[in-house]
Each structure stands twice: as C-alpha cells, then as structure tokens.
Design a protein around this ligand. Structure first.
Ligand SMILES: Cc1cc2nc3c(=O)[nH]c(=O)nc-3n(C[C@H](O)[C@H](O)[C@H](O)COP(=O)(O)OP(=O)(O)OC[C@H]3O[C@@H](n4cnc5c(N)ncnc54)[C@H](O)[C@@H]3O)c2cc1C
Length: 376
C-alpha cells in the first residue's frame, strides 16, 4: 500500500521519527518500505492513537472543502491498511456509521448512513505498522533536544545529555508534543491541545439496554457490539475540552458522555447512567492536537535547517487522515509526486501560515503605500 523503492528513487537514508502514534508509525512504515532505516522514539504520554476504539468516517461539508476531500481519500488508505494488517471483526469492522447532526433536531434529511465507515482499535494498527525490519522503536523516552550537526549534515536527537540517534531526517509526529519547547521552531504555529475522555463498559453488565443497531457519530459517538477479551463492549465518546490539562479519568466526563447520548438514544443512556458512578464503567483520556483551521500540518519545518519535517495536527480525525498525510509527507521528503491534488497538499502545507502572514503584510503595506518588500 505504501510506495516501494524504484530504480529512480533517491537513495534510502536514515530518519528519526518522534512519536509512535498513527502519524509517526505510518510515516516510519512508508519510509521503511522505501528502504530507509528509521528510529522511532516515543515517550508514551497520552498519545491520542492509544485510544481504545475510534471511527474511520468521512467529514462532510456543504462546500466539500479540503478536509472533506482528504477524509474520503484517507478512508481509502485506511481500508487497505486495515485489510492488510488487521483481523476483521477483532481489530476493526466495516460496520458502517450513522452520522447525526451535531446540534438541533434530527430528521431523515440530516442523518446520513456511511456504509464505508468502520470502527478500529488503533493500537493494533500502529503496532503492525512498526513491525518492520528497518524500523527500530525506542519507547518510554522523551526527546528533549534536537541539534543540527553542520559537519555531518545530520540531526542529533537527545534525551537530556544522551544522544539517542543521529539521522539525516527528523520527522516531528509528536501530536501536541510538537509544540513543546524542545521541538518547537520559529515557524511552529500555536497548536491547541484538546483533552478527550472516552467511556466504555461490557455489554453483559447492562444486558437489558436497548442497543442501537449500528455505530453512531456526529453528536458524540457510540459503538456497541465490539469484541474484547472480556466479552462484547460498548464505547461512548468523547468529551472535547480545550481548557483542561488534567489527564485523569473523571466521573463528570462519563456523565457528560452519557447525557449527550440521551439526546439521541434516551433508553440506552438511562440504562448506562447508573454505571457512571460505579467501578464497572471504564475510561480513557487522550489529548488531540489541532490548529485553528482544523487541518493537519504536513511538510518541511520552514525556518529550520534541511531535513526537519512535521506531520501533526490531526485533530479529531487522525485515524481517518493519518496514513494519507504520511504518504504525502514521504512524497515530499523523497521528491516523489504527491498522491493527491496540489490544492490538497497546499491546504495542509506546513508553510501555509507563513504564506498567509506574508500576504497579509503585503496587503497592509499596499494600503499604507509602502513599496513591496524584496523577499515577499
Ligand atoms: C477522545 C478522543 C477520541 C478520538 N476519536 C477519534 C475517532 O473516532 N476517529 C478519528 O479519526 N480520530 C479520533 N481521535 C483523534 C485521533 O486519535 C488523533 O488525531 C490521532 O491519534 C493523532 O495521531 P498522532 O500520531 O498525530 O498523535 P498521537 O497519537 O498523539 O501521537 C503522538 C506521540 O508522540 C509522543 N510524544 C510526544 N512528545 C514527545 C517527545 N518529546 N518525545 C517522544 N515522544 C513524544 C506521545 O507519547 C504520542 O505517543 C480522537 C482523539 C481523542 C483524544
């Protein structure tokens, strides 16, 4: 599914990928398929891709904008990957998803059935993607320093004073960690870190509950009938909280998730409500990374020296978009034609804010009668 090394491909090199979530693992796999040696380093801090269960579903919009188009293409990539690497009915299911409007009354005209949508246990996919002889994974280790060595024209990657690896290319795929001081560059935009809590439990504990026939999405999400080692489970998500930084599971957030389910499925919600304050309900918390325009941030890190790349800001759709964004990034890194139309590459480009800032400055200059700047 990823591009293979061809006789005219640039010769394989060494890369270090920071972050082993869906963005990092799929970037590493795409590079390894081209013959590159890749070291992946992950600190294991609340990565969104360790989500117990997520939905692969399209984004829809009236203008069919970049996010909608990318999400459809991303789903195609994910379907191939899930079929290639995962066990259907165990790690993923082509379940379809019923999508409801986020707010307001629900009717036949604003409720859409997406037959191609699916649920997935993302950790199974990241594990499978990283299982490649050219990929070495270093876990439970924070990268807290990057230095470009002029002599060897390569990056030195540090944990404290220890140099973990040296590579010609470094890919920042650390989710909200890309905004941390150690990985930040002059051109890093302000990422939003958005906390989310999932509520889940075993179906046998509420055998009397009337379960929806299919997974639902839009006004939160609910997925029943998911096989786990302990029996079939239901998954209810998720809170969306940009003001909180705590990462502990809370009963209040469980209650919020159940309360929102009540808007669409009041009987299911009232069967689950008593569990909220009991030990039988489980929770998971992760942190999403977003930008204000809600699009991924993919490409070279403009202000830094050669060989520093970023693949982040997947927001609430990283499971749908991650593989596609990695393919786009690897095409840029290896100077291959990108796998999507140029307007989509531009929409997620890591240079887009710099260009917009220049355009705004030029407009302001023009309005004030200042002659054009030389490097604009
Ligand atoms: C509650 C919730 C529900 C969601 N539901 C869905 C869904 O249904 N469908 C969907 O498509 N998406 C969903 N998402 C979004 C999706 O999970 C994310 O967009 C996606 O997982 C992001 O992947 P990533 O690899 O970019 O980042 P992450 O998965 O966050 O990975 C980044 C990794 O970098 C590591 N890291 C950070 N800093 C450092 C450092 N300095 N050194 C070393 N390692 C570092 C972290 O440990 C982490 O593992 C959901 C997210 C949340 C939180």
């Amino acid at each position: 599914m990823f591009r293979r090394q061809t006789p005219d491909s640039p010769s394989p090199q060494f890369a270090c990928v920071i972050g082993a979530g869906i963005s990092g693992s799929s970037t590493a796999r795409a590079l390894a398929e081209l013959g590159w040696h890749v070291t992946v380093i992950d600190c294991g801090h609340f990565g969104a891709s360790s989500l117990p269960l997520g939905l692969i579903s399209p984004h829809t919009s009236k203008d069919d904008g970049a996010l909608s188009q990318l999400s459809r293409l991303g789903m195609d990539r994910m379907r191939v990957a899930m079929r290639t690497y995962l066990l259907e009915g165990v790690d993923w299911s082509p379940s379809g998803v019923m999508t409801y409007p986020r707010t307001g009354p629900v009717s036949d005209t604003n409720t859409v059935w997406h037959p191609d949508a699916a649920w997935i246990k993302p950790a199974a996919l990241t594990r499978a993607l990283l299982a490649h002889p050219l990929i070495q994974v270093i876990r439970d280790t924070v990268v807290d320093g990057l230095r470009f060595d002029m002599q060897t024209q390569s990056w030195l990657v540090f944990n404290s004073d220890t140099c973990l690896t040296q590579a010609e290319h470094v890919v920042l795929a650390a989710g909200p960690g890309c905004g941390a001081q150690a990985l930040k560059t002059d051109s890093t935009p302000p990422f939003d870190a958005i906390r989310g809590q999932v509520t889940w439990g075993l179906m046998a504990q509420t055998a009397h509950a009337p379960w929806p026939a299919n997974p639902i999405n839009g006004r939160g999400s609910f997925v029943p009938h998911v096989p786990t080692l302990e029996g079939n489970a239901w998954f209810l998500g998720s809170t969306y909280d940009r003001l909180r930084t705590d990462v502990g599971v809370t009963e209040e957030d469980h209650a919020f998730n159940v309360h929102r389910l009540a808007e669409l499925f009041p009987e299911t919600a009232s069967a689950l409500a008593p569990l909220v304050y009991s030990d039988s309900v489980r929770g998971w918390v992760g942190v999403r990374c977003t930008l204000h325009d809600r699009l991924p941030f993919v490409g070279s890190v403009a202000a830094a020296a050669h060989g520093l790349w970023i693949n982040s800001a997947m927001g609430s759709r990283g499971l749908t978009l991650g593989l596609l964004c990695s393919e786009i990034l690897v095409a840029l890194m290896t100077k291959h034609p990108p796998p999507v139309a140029t307007n989509l590459v531009r929409a997620i480009s890591s240079h887009r804010f710099i260009k917009k800032a220049w355009a705004k400055m030029q407009r302001n200059d023009q309005a004030s009668g200042i002659p054009p700047r030389r490097d604009a």
